[in-house]
Design a protein. Structure first.
Length: 181
């Protein structure tokens, strides 16, 4: 009996490629030490929640969901520093529904950390000076064009009362003074 050996051509055909597989080593950044920047119940005030669950029958379970928000005041005191926010959850069974109790009751404690990073935009929001000057000049140009157009349409002409044809204003004034005297 002859032994079958896989040739590179057969392996390439099976993989549907003719070149050997390439593996690139991923580069990871060095891990930063946040141990002195950890927020837990020893260095900030915490909220402890205790839930008491009664007897659970077969197939029943108890689920506790907690949604929370970070208190900004705690982090504004230490602005722009990354922190780890530790959360701890635990449970302890106080009794079992059996006549003969086990030697040890189930209990478990689990902790997790949430990395809090301050995000600051890299983009500068300063408007360049030439843009401000150009906007002012364009605004003045539009104002001048509108004023010129309104002047050409007669918007700024003074509306005068109709005048009599035969008596001028000067004659009117002098005739009023002589007539009253």
């Amino acid at each position: 009996i002859s032994t079958l050996q896989d040739t590179p051509e057969l392996l390439g055909f099976l993989r549907n490629t003719s070149s050997p597989p390439h593996r690139h080593k991923r580069s990871i950044s060095t891990a930063q030490d946040y141990s002195n920047k950890t927020l837990n119940c020893t260095n900030v005030s915490c909220l402890k929640i205790m839930c008491v669950v009664g007897r659970l029958d077969r197939g029943q379970s108890a689920v506790v969901k907690i949604r929370s928000r970070l208190w900004a005041h705690t982090f504004l005191q230490r602005r722009n520093d990354p922190y780890i926010l530790n959360s701890t959850v635990s449970f302890a069974v106080t009794s079992m529904p059996y006549r003969i109790q086990p030697a040890t009751l189930p209990q478990h404690r689990s902790a997790m950390g949430t990395l809090v990073l301050w995000g600051t935009p890299d983009v500068s929001f300063a408007v360049p000076l030439w843009v401000i000057i150009l906007a002012i000049l364009l605004g003045l140009l539009v104002l001048a064009i509108l004023t010129l157009a309104m002047w050409k349409c007669g918007f700024f002409d003074r509306a005068r009362p109709p005048a009599d044809d035969d008596i001028s204003d000067q004659e009117k004034l002098t005739s009023d003074q002589t007539g009253d005297a």
